[in-house]
Write a protein that binds this ligand. Structure first.
Ligand SMILES: [Zn+2]
Length: 199
């Protein structure tokens, strides 16, 4: 794409900010959007604007949602006494695809990473402690990724909740250590959840 006009340049810059998109992929996407009628580009722009404006964290669990409360928290068939603590909404999605969990979630918003400057104040620990303090929670399942940072984050939650009276469990060690939950398949996650044990 020689002799770029400004708006195309801006588009390429924005595209290369996306995860997994390098300059070559950005050019391919830009060519696609600019070819033929511009319907695809306009639909994409509308979809992006909609998510930017409408999607926000669930008031209860910090899952991403369009309303005040996410579909899991507003489902009366989901057991509010069992709370699965995950790092990100993507991890929550992985457990939902696994399909065997009937409790609710708490999304931390990442993992503790002191070397990257991510301390406890950046995650939703205090909201979790408050949720437990209000009562009605019987078990908290720590389902952070089986990485060094994920384990550190789980330990932080365990210490945070010690003395609260809730049972704290963690996933069975069926998951490959050092991997992220995003890479685990549905069957593995379902088994890890079923085989959970005391922290
Ligand atoms: Zn929710």
């Amino acid at each position: 794409m020689a002799d770029l006009v400004g708006v195309i340049n801006t588009l390429l810059e924005e595209l290369t900010k996306l995860p997994g998109i390098g300059p070559k992929s950005a050019e391919r996407i830009a060519h696609f959007l600019l070819s033929g009628d511009r319907g695809n580009a306009v639909s994409l722009a509308v979809a992006l604007r909609s998510v930017a404006e409408k999607v926000r964290p669930c008031r209860e669990c910090f899952n991403l949602t369009e309303g005040e409360v996410c579909p899991v928290c507003s489902d009366p068939r989901r057991d509010p006494a069992v709370v699965c603590v995950v790092g990100t909404p993507r991890d929550l999605g992985s457990f939902e695809r696994a399909g065997n969990f009937r409790g609710r979630y708490h999304v931390l918003g990442g993992r503790l990473a002191p070397l990257d400057g991510v301390g406890p104040e950046r995650l939703t620990f205090s909201a979790l402690a408050e949720r437990v303090r209000k009562g009605g929670v019987r078990e908290v399942i720590l389902a952070t990724s089986p990485t060094l940072e994920g384990d550190g984050t789980a330990l932080f939650v365990f210490n945070l909740l010690s003395g609260s009276g809730v049972t704290v469990t963690r996933l069975a060690r069926g998951l490959p250590s050092g991997s992220s939950l995003e890479l685990a398949n549905a069957q593995m996650l379902a088994e890890a959840l079923d085989g959970r044990r005391a922290f």
